[in-house]
Design a protein around this ligand. Sequence first.
Ligand SMILES: [Zn+2]
Length: 398
Amino acid sequence: MARDVMSVRLGLPQIRVVGVVVDAPERLVVRVASTVRRPKCPHCGMPSSRRHDRRDNKVRDLEVSGRPVTLVWERRRMVCDPCGGRRFCEDHPAFEGRHTARLARRVVADAQAMTVNAAACGHRLGWDAVNSLVVAWAGLVARHRRRRRCRVLLVDETSIRKRHRYVTVLVNGDTGEVLAMVPHPNAQALSGFLASQGHKWCKGVKVVVSDGSAAYKTAIEQRLGHARHVLDRFHVIRWFAAGLTAVRRDVQRRPEGEKPRFDPEVFRARFLLMRRPDTLDDAERARLDSLFAAHPRLKAAWDALGELHGLYLAKDRKGALAALDRFADIYRTGLIPEFSDVVDTFLAWHEQILGWHRAGRPSNGRIDRTNNLLQVLRRKAHGFTNYTNFEARGILLT
Ligand SMILES: [Zn+2]
């Protein structure tokens, strides 16, 4: 009777309590066994009723009112006749290695909310035990995610420690889920991931969004030649803005020896200049106008950047091309030679920049969100030294 009550309290399906070994205030040890009559052979799948012997496996379970619980599982070794008398250990869905499945899930959830260290303390487990549970669970999640079709693939890089060792982050653009984090931000790393995903999965990718790294471009051309490759618009806007910054620096410069070394009015307006025209109020507008009256080159650069923004603000490719024409008109005046780098970059990447409209105007917004989460995670953990651990935590974050 007591044993049945204990089985009910344990609440593990297909597990019966054989007896209570230790029932002390500081710990509870319970001997249990599977109620499955004929465990299936993992090799042929046939059930077997021939028992060879039995071994005790210690399994940690959830605490009961602050008391650690250990189960001693009488694990049977069976003989499989169809496999020519081969022996096998039975498996049970309630157990995952040296922990019950429910403890593993709780620990993983806690490790996500806190840190691995905090979860280890909370459950009175070792750091390694908790970490391997997290890594194993993340592996399952990742495998499941990578099997599903990914229409929009986002590729970006992030650092594992601050400005230290980079990893390539791959995100499903439709769901925002991290698919993988590959060591090194280079072509081989990305190529390796795409190769491991197989031909069919790659065929399913219709749009790839990446930053303007040549390494990614190579890998994408090799493996995802059929997909539309688009540059992340925030990276592109940053390139464009560099043109205005170069002009501003030149305009604000004072002759040698003069103090302050730059024209303070121009220098102070550096953040204002970077704002989008439609977000400015009247006072800010007036401030810019008086600056532009004194420095026509600054005005030309600002207008030029505005047209480049127009590439993305346009409703379609036609509108984008019109904005590009207007930019070319300003550039041709020769007032802003500093934009030559911008023009070169644009020429090198025009397909990936202009393709944005036809690709359904995707953005790396999701990956930026993921990146922010990863930075927070990295800070909480005081940096990662191990790629596997970082990837596991990153996968479970999204
Ligand atoms: Zn068998």
